[in-house]
Design a protein around this ligand. Structure first.
Ligand SMILES: Cc1ncc(COP(=O)(O)O)c(C=O)c1O
Length: 375
């Protein structure tokens, strides 16, 4: 077995086609008579290659590539049935919250938002029976770390399916299936593809029965990833290791700099020893990722910062080559009710920085410029 770094680079290479090093794109919707492939909504060689590589990277047997991260969440929620209870992270991507509340709640699926770090509370809820536990770790945007091994054991004890959104760390830094999860999800729009040029999602599992259902869900909902997009994610994966190391190096530097900025009140980055989840991250992950969340002294300061700098741009999304600053209140987490946002800590003073691949020095200078103390 190769190291993760090598796995990312080699993958299956050209997959045996005409000795190509990079795989071909099977840009076709249909296939002639009766072979392994018949119609691209069901399966396609380029997507199948991506799925095999994602499965290998996550240490799983089965993978499904979806048309976005939310399509992957939709796939996982479609495993549920009316009357099911789901225990889900109280701090999570706003789009996942919106899907739970606005779409799946209609089918009488009950979503209970819990703090995953409180495993006593989680166990008390599990005793009442739950079909699924759905956690992000670290969470978006508060970077809370869930004790995945412990939750995995609890889910086994109470026969509950355990799903983990691994978008922020990618399989390069964390493998939830090895920690007891049954399902791993990704927004491959982010680090996996890494170039701000594709929407994609994925689900990986080791459980044959779940995989069978996901296959049916994907071909029936019609939200599988298209061939060209599959190829873009494959291309992104080739440099995933290199990019994640650099994102992380830059994130450490940005977090340290932000701590010194006069108007910054707190910096939340799990790589910092003072972060609550730092020890847990050291136990269950191989890195901390490239997202730094911070809060400033006033909404006015926050609003002045989102004007951005010369290289840091105000935009939604994370995990690409470019540094982006996001205002969760009005962007990624606008769908979350105010009361819940306030409880979690998503205030008008909170900002999320996805640290890109630019030079450490240029990012530092840009941040200083944005705070009005540089250049
Ligand atoms: C943790 C997490 N999961 C899922 C998604 C949804 O992914 P997509 O935008 O690819 O649909 C996002 C998007 O920001 C995310 O941050």
């Amino acid at each position: 077995m190769f190291d993760k770094e090598t796995q990312c680079i080699i993958g299956e290479g050209g997959n045996g086609y005409e000795a190509s090093i990079s795989p071909p794109i099977f840009q076709t919707s249909t296939f002639e008579g009766g072979g392994e492939y018949s119609y691209t909504r069901l399966s396609n060689p380029t997507r199948a290659l991506l799925e095999r590589e994602l499965a290998e990277l996550e240490g799983g047997k089965y993978a499904f590539a979806f048309s976005s991260g939310l399509a992957a969440v939709n796939g996982v929620f479609s495993l549920l049935k009316s009357g099911d209870r789901v225990l889900i992270s109280d701090d999570l991507y706003g789009g996942t919250y919106r899907m739970a509340r606005n779409i799946f709640a209609k089918y009488k699926i009950g979503f209970e938002f819990v703090d995953m770090s409180d495993t006593e509370l989680l166990e008390a809820r599990l005793k009442d029976g739950a079909a699924m536990v759905f956690a992000e770790s670290p969470t978006n945007p508060m970077m809370k770390v869930a004790p995945l091994r412990e939750i995995g054991l609890l889910c086994r004890r109470y026969s509950t399916v355990f799903a983990v959104d691994n978008t922020f760390l990618t399989p390069y830094f964390q493998n939830p299936l090895d920690l007891g999860a049954d399902l791993v999800l990704h927004s491959a729009t982010k680090y996996l593809s890494g170039h701000h040029d594709v929407l994609a999602g994925a689900v990986v599992t080791n459980r044959a029965a779940i995989a069978e259902k996901l296959k049916l869900i994907s071909m029936t909902l019609g939200n599988a990833l298209a061939p060209f997009e599959s190829w873009l994610v494959l291309r992104g994966i080739r440099t995933l290791a290199l990019r994640m190391e650099k994102h992380q190096r830059n994130a450490f530097a940005a977090a340290e700099l932000l701590k010194r900025m006069p108007k910054v009140e707190s910096v939340i980055y799990p790589g910092l020893p003072e972060h609550d989840g730092h020890g847990l991250m050291n136990d269950q992950a191989r890195g901390y990722g490239g997202v730094v969340t911070f809060s400033v002294d006033s909404a006015e300061t926050a609003k002045s910062l989102i004007r951005g700098g010369r290289i840091i741009k105000f935009a939604e999304s994370l995990g690409g080559f470019r540094s982006l600053i996001t205002y969760p209140l009005t962007q990624t987490h606008a769908s979350i009710p105010q009361e819940m946002r306030e409880r979690i800590g998503i205030t008008d003073r909170l900002l999320r920085l996805s640290v890109g691949l630019e030079s450490e020095r240029d990012i530092a200078e840009d941040l200083e410029f944005m705070f009005g103390c540089g250049y």
